[in-house]
Write a protein that binds this ligand. Structure first.
Ligand code: GLC
Length: 716
């Protein structure tokens, strides 16, 4: 929300700025070395508005610069005290899911369905990052994704718009806090706007074909939620959509994001994405690339110097208007005022309780891990004799995920360490490694269970890390097979970033825990679950396929005209794949607990509602009874789905419209309530209008997208 006093300050400042100083505010430079006199000179001339504390596009922590407090303060002092107008800089960094205390990767955070906990942990992240001089974090990544071949699926909310909305709100409010001008707040950055996750073939950076209908109903909601949550910045994406690069699309950046959604912060380009318009063949040279981007609505240029080198001539030639330039500067200054940088530009000093951060991170990590299978082998007894197998048993760095610039692998609790910390008198842990020799198989013989810790390197996830196969490696399957053949129960702990195809592994496992890349506390969280100190409660925010060939496969798919077997097994014996069952291995929203729950007694406050009443804010209350029929207290994520049975456009077979994570004591029951209103029942139609269409809606409540507890509702 704009405030008059700030806006007056902004206009006064703009009226004093030279053309060069205005362009300087739109120029973001990579982090300089301490002796980079050329950069310091540019600062004195007011030719830099922001800097990114990172020197690589791919943020693998080994080769990225650290957040150097002295250098950051030097940069701020020169800008504030040695430039003509003293406009403060803003320092950005890829603090994606943690700083010193690293949280699970974002897709895992989505699996927690505990967005209050996510928000609280991101306020811890903001405190740790701000103390190191980071004023701007390039997160949340909100790209809806249906293709796990795409490595960046790990960075986002998965395949559902509702989950994307909730994650966006949690991260933005966690980082920016109730008062973004606080020294312990950090500006968030909703990225990558927009459609980046639809890259053909899962090939990073590649083209997408997304109709406006699909874009508005699937890819846009999370960004709208970020804007409604007050996000201060947005980053445009690398991809084109149907021939139009997002970075040069005035429709997407100005008409939709800024005018329709009302975003009044600033848009920053992705790394060199202005210059890349030349590679994409829509700009002849960097000058044209700069003109296209600025006129489309990209306010700040990240690292490729197109703005600082080209805009002065473009304005003089009239290819970019000074009004357009002023609007970009206005937005950058607005964010700097809202962040309080004019009052406190330097690295703040305050104490922080990292032990509390770590404790919350461990609890959140455990609530992200999805129990996919358990035939009773879990929870393990603490006096068990365990054989520890697999490449991830002692691994640390991988568990931090790929966007981890400031996490320290030495701080990570490995799975082996986590398990050993739980073992009590009479128990034992025998590390058998990754290649079962006959001697090791003898060891296995006396074990009560084998814990098979497998996964993927963080270097094959994230940016520029697409894969053509999602299947589990033969060597990992062989480990499970050998253990199983000896009659040993196998507990698979899967430390993968992306969803994997588990059909070939599953038969050899008595239990499967999808642990993702779980952050600094990952190994402790795994042990908390394996020994029952924590009751697993996570649900899949993304479909797990049987085979790579099924991809893309996602739950909110529309119905085909022929009821051949599909996601919901529409017709048992007619398969549209001749070589694979067409249903997913594990569906969206699925996840087991050590408790057992029953969901019953769905009821609606009314079975019909007039369109006009709905439009005026009328709501339908949906309630259901959740009963814990086990001896174990636990959490259940009760999910509300709808299906718009007949509409002017095809609609999904299921759409998630609510999810409540509810604690129920053993033997107890609770009533869970949801509301359906115009927003939930409506959709963007082919003509870009948003509306509810009269007719029948099916309403489902359950604990996955396979929910079958149904009621019917009519909009009349
Ligand atoms: C990268 C990524 C983006 C990141 C930026 C800065 O290429 O696409 O997510 O924030 O550059 O490192």
């Amino acid at each position: 929300m704009k405030d008059r006093i700030t806006e007056e300050k902004i206009e006064r400042l703009i009226s004093q700025m030279t053309l060069r100083e205005k362009i300087g505010q739109l120029n973001m430079v990579p982090s300089p070395s301490g002796e980079d006199e050329a950069v310091f000179e540019m600062l004195r001339r007011g030719e830099i508005g922001a800097f990114i504390m990172s020197n690589t596009a791919h943020a693998y922590s080994e080769d990225s610069v650290s957040a150097d407090e002295a250098l950051i303060n030097k940069m701020h002092r020169i800008a504030a005290e040695e430039s003509r107008l003293g406009i403060p800089l803003i320092c950005g960094r890829d603090v994606i899911h943690g700083h010193y205390t690293v949280l699970p990767i974002p897709i895992a955070l989505a699996a927690s369905f505990d967005f209050d906990a996510v928000r609280e942990c991101y306020s811890d992240v903001a405190r740790e990052a701000a103390r190191d001089g980071i004023q701007w974090a390039f997160t949340p990544m909100l790209d809806l994704a249906r293709d796990p071949r795409w490595g960046r699926i790990i960075e986002g909310p998965g395949e559902d718009p509702y989950v994307g909305e909730k994650l966006a709100e949690a991260v933005v409010k966690g980082l920016q806090g109730d008062d973004p001008s606080s020294e312990q707040s950090v500006a968030a950055c909703a990225k990558h706007y927009i459609g980046y996750g639809a890259a053909e073939g899962g090939r990073d950076y590649h083209k997408t074909e997304i109709t406006d209908y699909t874009l508005r109903n699937f890819y846009l909601p999370a960004f709208r939620s970020a804007v409604d949550s007050g996000v201060l910045t947005v980053m445009n994406s690398f991809n084109e959509i149907g021939g139009q690069p997002t970075g040069s699309s005035r429709y997407l950046l100005t008409e939709v994001l800024k005018q329709e959604l009302g975003f009044d912060g600033f848009v920053v380009s992705d790394w060199f994405s202005v210059q890349q318009l030349v590679n994409q063949g829509v700009a002849e040279d960097e000058a044209q690339a700069a003109a296209l981007s600025l006129n489309a609505g990209v306010d700040m240029d990240m690292s490729d110097r197109c703005y600082i080198d080209r805009l002065e001539a473009l304005v003089t030639e009239g290819r970019v208007s000074e009004e357009a330039l002023d609007e970009a500067v206005r937005r950058v200054l607005r964010v700097k005022f809202r962040l309080g940088l004019f009052e406190h530009p330097y690295v703040p000093v305050y104490r922080q309780d990292r032990a509390a951060h770590m404790s919350r991170a461990r609890a959140l990590s455990a609530s992200c891990m999805v129990l996919l299978k358990n035939n009773g082998v879990l929870p393990l007894k603490k006096n068990s004799r365990l054989a520890l197998l697999g490449s991830m048993a002692n691994e640390k760095a991988t568990l931090l995920g790929m966007w981890c610039l400031d996490g320290n692998p030495n701080h990570v609790i490995s799975i082996a360490e986590g398990i050993k910390s739980k073992i009590e008198e009479g128990g034992a842990v025998n590390g058998c490694g990754t290649d079962l020799s006959d001697e090791q198989l003898m060891h296995l013989q006396w074990s009560d269970a084998a814990v098979l810790c497998i996964g993927e390197s963080r270097y094959v996830t994230g940016e520029a890390a697409s894969l053509t196969t999602l299947e589990i490696s033969d060597s990992d399957i062989l480990l499970a097979k050998k253990a199983k053949e000896r009659g040993i129960p196998v507990v698979a702990v899967m430390c993968f970033g992306r969803p994997r195809a588990t059909e070939e592994l599953e038969p050899y496992c008595d239990a499967i825990l999808y642990a993702w890349h779980g952050g600094t506390a990952a190994g402790g969280a795994v042990a908390d679950i394996l020994f029952g100190d924590v009751n697993p409660s996570a649900k899949l925010p993304v479909t797990l396929p049987r085979k790579t060939g099924q991809v893309p496969i996602y739950y909110n798919v529309s119905s085909s005209g022929r009821f051949v077997n599909g996601y919901y097994g529409e017709r048992e014996h007619e398969q549209n794949y001749l070589d694979c069952d067409c249903t997913p291995m594990y569906p969206f929203g699925f996840g087991l607990s050590y408790s057992r729950f029953e969901i019953s007694d769905i009821s609606l406050s009314q079975d019909s509602i007039p369109y006009e009443k709905l439009k005026d804010g009328g709501k339908i209350k949906v309630s259901a009874k959740l009963r814990n029929i086990s001896e174990r207290d636990g959490w259940e994520v009760v999910q509300l789905y709808i299906r718009d049975r007949v509409a002017s456009m095809t609609r999904p077979i299921r759409e998630l419209k609510g999810a409540e994570k509810v604690w129920v004591e053993a033997g107890d029951a609770k009533t869970v309530e949801f509301e359906l209103g115009f927003k939930e029942l409506g959709f963007y139609k082919g003509d870009k209008s948003f509306d509810v269409e009269k007719g029948k809606f099916e309403v489902y409540v359950g604990n996955s997208c396979y929910a079958d507890l149904k009621a019917e509702l009519r909009v009349i």
